[in-house]
Ligand binder design. Structure first.
Ligand SMILES: CC(C)(COP(=O)(O)OP(=O)(O)OC[C@H]1O[C@@H](n2cnc3c(N)ncnc32)[C@H](O)[C@@H]1OP(=O)(O)O)[C@@H](O)C(=O)NCCC(=O)NCCS
Length: 193
């Protein structure tokens, strides 16, 4: 699936929803702010290994969602964030996102999180695995990759369960302000075709 843009540039196009056996990855909405703020955005445990600080006010979550919603209307595509819903109940559980990179885009990086109540059930393996498959099915995308803090083992276990290969350590790669004022080492994983 390709979108022809001005000049000769083409960009990959992801579907607006992706179904898995238990989950639906769907577009973010403004009315996600309430659950997103209370279920994960203000939670210091969820934010420990990420690049942002826990939200102190729901308005921060609203701005975050507005940006994620606006990203979907931007072509060429760069950032695509999905809310992960439980298909049986429609309850939101977390989010996954992809960022296209390269010119023209030929790789994508992944990000993800789950509300604490949704962890330990294999949901992220299912959601991140489906997004990785969707990305690698795009004709232009040859590499899907992800990094996690060397101490965020739960995150790199997800990468291993979805079939990514560990490529090594990137030293001083990521700012994780909730654990250190200095950039941290991360493990880098990728799945390529
Ligand atoms: C990273 C994160 C999403 C991982 O969550 P998770 O619940 O460990 O991952 P999964 O949803 O894939 O679940 C895997 C766990 O469910 C268990 N599980 C239960 N049923 C399962 C099933 N049907 N299929 C697969 N795993 C299942 C697995 O055994 C595993 O548990 P274990 O780690 O105790 O062995 C979560 O820790 C998180 O949101 N962290 C905060 C944000 C963050 O750090 N994001 C990543 C930044 S790089």
């Amino acid at each position: 699936m390709q979108t022809e843009l001005a000049g000769s540039r083409t960009m990959p196009r992801l579907p607006e929803s992706i179904d898995t056996p238990r989950l639906r990855l769907r577009l973010p909405r403004a009315d996600d702010a309430g659950w997103a703020y209370s279920a994960f955005a203000k939670d210091p445990d969820v934010a420990r290994w990420v690049t942002w600080r826990p939200h102190r006010d729901i308005r921060e979550t609203e701005v975050f969602l507005r940006m994620a919603i606006a990203d979907w209307s931007i072509d060429p595509a760069e950032h695509r964030l999905y809310i992960v819903d439980d298909r049986a109940t429609n309850a939101p559980l977390g989010l996954v996102n992809a960022r296209f990179q390269g010119f023209p885009a030929h790789r994508a990086s992944l990000g993800y999180l789950l509300a604490p109540s949704a962890q330990g059930l294999g949901y992220m393996t299912e959601a991140a695995g489906a997004l990785t498959d969707a990305l690698l099915s795009l004709p232009d995308i040859f590499r899907v990759w992800c990094v996690a803090d060397v101490d965020n083992e739960r995150s790199w276990r997800v990468m291993e369960r979805i079939g990514m290969q560990r490529e090594g350590i990137l030293q001083r790669w990521a700012a994780h302000p909730n654990v250190s004022d200095e950039p941290r080492d991360v493990v880098c994983y990728a799945k390529v075709r």
